[in-house]
Design a protein around this ligand. Structure first.
Ligand code: FES
Ligand code: FES
Length: 185
């Protein structure tokens, strides 16, 4: 009979080397091929702002930016991000900055954060929306947030916060995410 160590060697997934940028910082990792991006972020890199809710793509709590698009990190395999640009909630405000990112400030101002569990994912979906659309109307906001569940706010405060953020945000608040100072793609 084989030992536990021998058995785990037999069942362990092979690893693959990947390189990517996380919140603007180059990263190199050796990851098991069956790990999700969510697991890589939370369990390996310690970026706990990205929440783990359902792990089946239903709740949106794990939303991050993957090459400027909002994705559910629980549905992306870590090897898929090789060469990609990933942003998480930790990347919004500059470390040590006196102010939060305008999206975060608007969420606080409008009371759009209650328990806060959904908030990082919601904010990342809002960021993806505003990278593409400076002046979203209410239907476009609702559509962009359709994959983010919030059981506390009733969504009105969130929608009001997004409208306010869209008004106050400037190109300088988006340029590090890949938007030209002259406007969005
Ligand atoms: Fe990824 Fe729920 S944890 S969608
Ligand atoms: Fe609690 Fe959204 S603030 S789930």
């Amino acid at each position: 009979m084989s030992s536990v160590t021998e058995q785990s060697k037999l069942t362990a997934a092979p690893s693959i080397k990947i390189e990517f940028r996380l919140n603007g910082i180059p990263q190199k990792r050796d990851v098991p091929v069956n790990w999700t991006l969510l697991r890589l972020l939370r369990d390996d890199l310690g970026f706990l702002g990205t929440k783990c809710g359902c792990e089946i793509g239903e709740c949106g709590a794990c939303t991050v930016l993957f090459d400027r698009r909002a994705v559910n990190a629980c549905l992306v395999l870590a090897p898929q991000i090789d060469g990609a640009e990933i942003w998480t909630i930790e990347g919004l405000a500059e470390p040590g900055a006196a102010r939060l990112h305008p999206i975060q400030e608007a969420f606080i101002k409008y009371g759009a954060v209650h328990c806060g569990f959904c908030t990082p994912g919601v904010v990342m979906s809002v960021l993806a929306l505003l990278l593409e659309n400076k002046n979203p109307d209410e239907e476009e906001i609702k559509s962009a947030l359709a994959g983010n569940l919030c059981r506390c706010t009733g969504y009105k405060q969130i929608i009001d916060a997004v409208k306010s953020a869209a008004e106050s945000i400037g190109a300088e608040d988006l340029v590090k995410f890949g938007v030209n100072a002259g406007g969005r793609k």
